[in-house]
Write a protein that binds this ligand. Sequence first.
Ligand SMILES: CC(C)(COP(=O)(O)OP(=O)(O)OC[C@H]1O[C@@H](n2cnc3c(N)ncnc32)[C@H](O)[C@@H]1OP(=O)(O)O)[C@@H](O)C(=O)NCCC(=O)NCCS
Length: 143
Amino acid sequence: MIIRPARLADSLSVLALRNDPDAVRYSPSGDLVSEAEHAKWYPLACYGSPVFFVASTGGVAVGFARVDILAWVSVALDREYRRRGWARELVQVACAAFPGDVRAQVHQDNAPSLRLFAACGFKELYRDAPWVYFEREREHDRA
Ligand SMILES: CC(C)(COP(=O)(O)OP(=O)(O)OC[C@H]1O[C@@H](n2cnc3c(N)ncnc32)[C@H](O)[C@@H]1OP(=O)(O)O)[C@@H](O)C(=O)NCCC(=O)NCCS
C-alpha cells in the first residue's frame, strides 16, 4: 500500500468509498451520493482540499483521508482492506500534512471510527447525540 495525493483519475474509486454502506449509514446526511453530485464535488475537493490522500494498492485507490478547509477529517477504507492498520496510517499521514489542529465528527455507533480517531491521538471534546466530536492538536506530531 502506498499513500499519495488524490488524483482526478481516482474519482470513481472515491465515489465507491463514499457510498460504502457503513460510510453512508454513519454520514451526517445518511444518503447515497449520486454520480452527478460526486462529479461536481470531486474536482473541487481533489484540488481544493488542504489535504486529500488516497491509499493505493495494485494501482487502485482503496481508501482516502481528507482534511477540508475547516480542518474536518474524513476517512474511508474499502471493506476488503480494513483491520490492517491502513486507515490509521492514512489518518496519521493526513494530519501530519495539515498545518493546524484537526477535528472529526463521528457517529456514536461507529465503533471502528471512534477507535480509529482515538488511536490517532484525537481527544473527545463533547457529544451532541448522535455525534461525538474529537480534536487533535497539531503539537501531537511534535510530542
Ligand atoms: C473507520 C474505518 C476507516 C476504519 O478502517 P480500518 O482499516 O479497519 O482501521 P484500522 O485497521 O487502521 O484500525 C484503526 C483502529 O480502529 C480499530 N478498529 C478497526 N475496525 C474496528 C471494529 N470493527 N471494531 C472495533 N475497533 C475497530 C482498530 O483495532 C484500530 O485500533 P487500535 O490501533 O487501537 O487497535 C473503516 O471502518 C471505514 O472505512 N468505515 C466506513 C467509513 C467511515 O465510517 N468513516 C469514518 C467516518 S467519521
